[in-house]
Design a protein around this ligand. Structure first.
Ligand SMILES: Cc1cc2nc3c(=O)[nH]c(=O)nc-3n(C[C@H](O)[C@H](O)[C@H](O)COP(=O)(O)OP(=O)(O)OC[C@H]3O[C@@H](n4cnc5c(N)ncnc54)[C@H](O)[C@@H]3O)c2cc1C
Length: 1003
């Protein structure tokens, strides 16, 4: 056997600096004046064709002109389109339609175009436009219409209109139908690449179903593919995220082991029919893993001799050029040819948001549209020069981009093709092919039922309706053609202007008040490996910690009292600087802290990273808030001759009692708030995590907090009680169970002397309400994260899922299927999703609850956990009523109840009756439903269409009321004042004998 070729590895910086990239791209962007003139000429022809052909084609361009994204109607259209067709029950569909029609002024939306699609969508949304009198409101119109023809008729009409839009974008509901439609009007040179629609797989069953559908599609396409040779043969595009339920960077080994053979099998099938076979490009954090899977499959000897294997590359990613070089090297090493589709990219908004959430140093994508365009052209030039090893496929609906490529190829159409999406770009390519009969445009043709179409449709609408998009601008007659011809290089100008000034770097999100904590991207293998090796070298055996005695506890309060005197006299600026220094030290020592959080707290890598970031954010947030609140007294209005000020100052000694589940973040949050307010602190951490507490206190001392002002007392609950009992305690801040909070409250109340504040954050029976408009895949992701992440040991974790009856079966099955894919095990293994619970006591309690639930509830899912250590596997139980769950179960156990749409209010009553009010999730596309829930339940943190954990300091201030806590919210603007005394000073400035100021100001 010949030796396996050594494959080149992909290595490129994840998010390099824009200016450096721009300077390279700008250098190569200039063409000679005659070439530029030819580009102008061709592009002008294409744009003119788009503008004049619009009515003939009635394409999305026309529809977007009617309902631009910048209008309420446009937004409502998208939301409507996304959710309507998956709502099975009539009443929710009616409520949904009513809600959306109420948002936009459809009644007065004049129809500007008579293209079929526009009318269809306008009709769907603004039936009223034809039947109401001027001056009526959309709400009134809808009410009147519904009264006349009935809600079912409005609903049916709306659905029908949505179907029309669906047909426009989807070639067929099945591959057979799509093939039939493609073959119905055979045109010379027309090629298709079929795409099986659907959200990414969340369960093994989903992945299997997608695999089968790809396999069947390949066979069907192959059988009707005719006799032409590649590249003039049809093809298929596959999404790796559809073929594996956990296609994620931290699961690299598993993905390579399980996904590569699947992809290979499909590729072999495609090779059997000599089809084109493209791996679609997905999110930036999946790029490196995608490339590994792509290369592993490509290298398989069974694919030798086939030129149809291909990859899509996104030019909005800064690494696009490096990806092309890498693929070319692979093809060279294997002596094969490969197809390479160059797109600009479909997930830009998601990339920007994620990068900000993850606190990365920079964006993996460009933040100015002309940079994407410039990079596209640069990559296009590269691809053309790599022919025939690479077969370039240029996917764009941008006339200037297309015209420039034609010029880069010297007007020739050899050895590459253009591509467009079905339902888009018809006019542009009709003109291009008329003028360049040798040119070829392949059509990317989505195939799928209407339910699967929606996410795709929304992406298309979002992308093309955005102001920046070429399609939207070309459709707007107010934009002169000359503007559309402005070259990306001219729009960028200087390299230092390559970055979008209105999109701050993640680090600067909260400036000028503070800097954001630094995160890490697990999809950046180099960064992940560096962090992992730092963590490994920082690991140390855990020292034994001795508990304090009650006498020691008492003495510490006295000592802290002495410390308070001088600390309270320091300036707020001084205290803030120390806290900021503590935040910086934590950031520098992140790896050592993570090692400890894992070893002592049993936390997974992503939980550790999030916790360290939260702790840093607390230091910086309270520092910035403290500067605002404590530095200068506030001057109050009053009569002349008097000065009135209000100042905040420390109360005395605060006892801070923190839990084991956030042994660093909550501990530091409590302490830094109390210190910032000018108090001395005696901290009593949980007895399960004393070493982390020691590290945190040492770090604060190192940052400059005097030892006399900050003390650590180790021990269990009895030591906490001993501290709280002391007469000189000026306040208690506590996070833990409701029972212990009550005990502390009673102890404080029983003492003579000053009445002191208790700030308590306790537990919750946190619920998530899911109605029929919610997207099941999103629900599965959000429920999985909320219920099982951190082994369910967060006070914010989801305990009770309430699903509308009509969709419950599918939603619960998807949640259970997704839970089955979670890896339970050693939290030091980065691929672990669920680590152990904190101790044997917790495990025993949870096991007992599981045993009881197995008797009293319906089991939907029971995971399997390693027998050793304190593991508790995720479980899903269905209860008959919400009230069956009477207490917080602090582990990875999800309870589910079904509710009927008509009994929604009763459900809300049941939730209110628990008495807890910490976190709550609502998954619904109906704004009115969301508003009803918020109005009825006074839950502290409400999360809509997302998970319910991971509150960010200063962004989602955290804490509840009722049985869930006293408030104020940690990480919020009202927290610090609760730790302080208020002092008003009123000075009679005229006491010395006269009011000089008044006399000076008087005329
Ligand atoms: C055949 C075909 C296959 C496709 N396959 C894929 C695929 O596998 N993966 C994928 O992701 N997409 C894919 N797409 C979608 C494709 O990415 C979009 O259709 C494409 O981005 C639109 O580009 P354009 O040249 O037509 O439009 P233009 O309007 O010229 O460009 C739009 C691009 O600019 C980007 N952009 C907008 N604002 C900014 C900004 N401020 N900073 C930086 N960039 C910005 C947008 O995100 C988008 O990528 C495919 C498209 C086609 C036609």
């Amino acid at each position: 056997m010949p030796p396996e070729p050594q494959l080149p590895a992909f290595a490129a910086a994840y998010a390099p600096d824009d200016a450096a990239l721009a300077s390279d791209l700008l250098d190569t962007a200039t063409l000679t004046p005659d070439r530029e003139a030819r580009i102008d000429n061709v592009a002008t022809g294409l744009i003119t064709a788009i503008r004049s052909a619009e009515h003939v084609f009635g394409g999305v361009e026309a529809m977007l002109r009617e309902f631009a994204l910048s209008t309420k109607e446009g937004l409502a259209l998208m939301v409507l389109a996304e959710a309507l067709l998956r709502i099975p029950d009539a009443s929710t569909a009616d409520a949904f339609i009513e809600d959306k029609l109420g948002q936009g002024d459809f009644a007065h939306h004049r129809i500007k175009s008579d293209a079929v699609l526009v009318n269809a969508s306008a009709w769907a949304l603004g039936l009223s436009a034809r039947v109401v009198h001027a001056g009526e409101t959309p709400q009134g119109t809808l009410a009147a219409l519904t009264k006349r023809i009935g809600a079912p008729a409005v609903r049916a009409a709306t659905r029908q209109a949505m179907r029309l839009i669906g047909n426009h974008f989807v070639l067929g509901e099945t591959i057979e139908a799509a093939l039939a439609r493609a073959h119905a009007h055979p045109r010379e040179g027309r090629r298709y690449s079929y795409d099986m629609l659907g959200e990414g797989a969340r369960t093994a069953e989903d992945a299997e179903r997608y695999f089968q559908s790809y396999a069947e599609a390949i066979m069907a396409i192959g059988h009707t593919a005719g006799n032409a040779a590649l590249p003039a043969r049809p093809g298929i595009s596959v999404k790796l995220s559809a073929l594996h339920p956990r296609f994620e960077a931290i699961g690299r080994d598993r993905v390579l082991r399980e996904l590569t053979p699947q992809l290979l099998e499909l590729a072999r099938l495609a090779k059997g029919h000599d089809l084109a076979f493209t791996v679609d490009a997905e999110e930036a954090d999946r790029l490196e893993l995608s490339l590994e899977v792509f290369a592993a499959c490509f290298a398989d000897a069974s694919l030798a001799g086939w030129d149809g294997y291909g990859l899509a590359v996104q030019a909005y990613q800064k690494r696009a050029g490096a990806v092309i070089d890498h693929v070319a090297e692979l093809a060279q090493a294997l002596d094969r040819r490969v197809m390479l589709r160059l797109v600009k990219g479909a997930y830009w908004d998601t990339e920007v948001k994620r990068t900000q959430e993850r606190g990365l140093s920079d964006y993996p994508v460009f933040t100015r549209k002309p940079m994407t365009d410039l990079n596209y052209l640069h990559c296009a030039g590269k691809l053309l020069s790599l022919r025939p090893r690479l077969f370039p496929q240029f996917a764009s609906h941008n006339a200037l981009t297309v015209a420039t490529i034609l010029e880069l190829a010297d007007g020739s159409s050899d050895g590459y093709e253009f591509q467009r999406l079905h339902g888009m770009g018809e006019a542009l390519y009709a003109r291009l092919l008329a003028e360049h009969p040798q040119a070829v445009c392949r059509i990317y043709a989505p195939v799928g039922g209407h339910r699967d179409l929606l996410a795709y449709l929304v992406r298309r609408l979002l992308e093309n309706g955005a102001n920046s998009s070429f399609v939207a601008q070309a459709g707007d007659d107010n934009v002169p053609i000359s503007e559309l011809l402005t070259r990306p290089a001219a729009l960028i100008g200087r390299p230092e202007d390559a970055r979008n000034p209105v999109i701050p770097l993640p680090r600067d999100l909260y400036r000028p008040l503070r800097i954001n904590s630094r995160g890490i991207e697990f999809g950046d293998r180099a960064a992940l490996d560096a962090l992992l090796s730092e963590i490994e070298s920082a690991r140390k055996p855990l020292p034994t910690v001795v508990s304090a005695t009650k006498e020691h506890a008492a003495a510490t309060i006295t000592a802290a009292h002495a410390g308070f005197v001088s600390w309270s006299r320091t300036s707020a600026a001084h205290r803030a600087t120390i806290l900021e220094r503590a935040g910086d030290l934590l950031e520098q020592r992140r790896a050592a802290v993570i090692a400890l959080l894992q070893d002592e707290g049993g936390k997974t890598l992503d939980d550790c990273v999030a916790e360290v970031r939260e702790a840093i954010d607390y230091c910086r947030y309270y520092a910035s808030e403290g500067r605002l609140l404590f530095e200068e007294p506030v001057t109050l209005p009053g009569p002349t001759g008097e000065r009135n000020t209000l100042a905040l100052r420390g109360r005395g000694v605060f006892v801070a009692i923190s839990p084991w589940n956030f042994p660093l973040a909550i501990l530091l949050g409590q302490i830094t708030a109390a210190l910032m307010a000018g108090n001395a602190v005696v901290a009593k951490p949980a007895e399960q995590t004393p070493v982390i507490a020691e590290l945190a206190i040492r770090l604060l001392h190192e940052a400059g907090v005097p030892r006399a002002a900050l003390h650590l007392v180790q021990g269990d609950g009895s030591i906490g009680a001993a501290l709280v009992e002391q007469p000189d305690v000026a306040g208690v801040v506590f996070t833990g169970s409701t029972e212990v909070a009550r005990v502390i409250n009673r102890t404080l109340a029983a003492k003579d002397g000053p009445i002191v504040p208790l700030i308590a954050e306790t537990g919750g029976i946190n619920a998530m309400i899911v109605d029929a408009t919610a997207l099941p895949e999103q629900v599965a992701d959000d429920v999985g994260a909320s219920a099982f992440r951190s082994a369910g040991q967060r006070c914010s974790a989801l305990r009770l899922l309430c699903v509308q009856d009509d969709v419950a079966e599918r939603v619960i099955a998807m949640i259970a299927g997704a839970a089955r894919e979670l890896k339970i095990g050693d939290s030091r293994d980065p691929s672990t999703h669920v680590g152990p619970v904190i101790d044997v006591e917790a495990k025993t309690r949870l096991d007992a609850h599981i045993a009881r639930m197995k008797r009293e509830a319906r089991l939907h899912f029971a995971g399997t956990a390693p027998a050793s250590d304190n593991f508790v596997a995720p479980h899903v139980f269905e209860l008959s009523r919400a009230s069956q769950l009477t207490e917080e179960v602090f582990g990875p156990i999800l309870h589910v109840v079904r509710y009927k749409a008509a009994q929604f209010d009763e459900l809300l009553d049941d939730l209110a009756a628990t008495g807890y009010a910490l976190t709550l999730g609502v998954q619904s596309r109906i704004d009115d439903t969301v508003a009803r829930v918020i109005a009825r339940l006074r839950t502290g943190n409400v999360y809509v269409n997302r998970n319910i954990i991971g509150a960010v300091v200063g962004v989602q201030p955290f804490g509840g009321s009722g049985l869930s806590g006293t408030g104020p919210k940690a990480g919020g603007p009202h927290y610090l004042p609760r730790f302080a005394l208020e002092q008003t000073v009123s000075i009679n400035t005229a006491a010395a004998g006269g009011n000089a100021a008044l006399l000076t100001d008087g005329e």
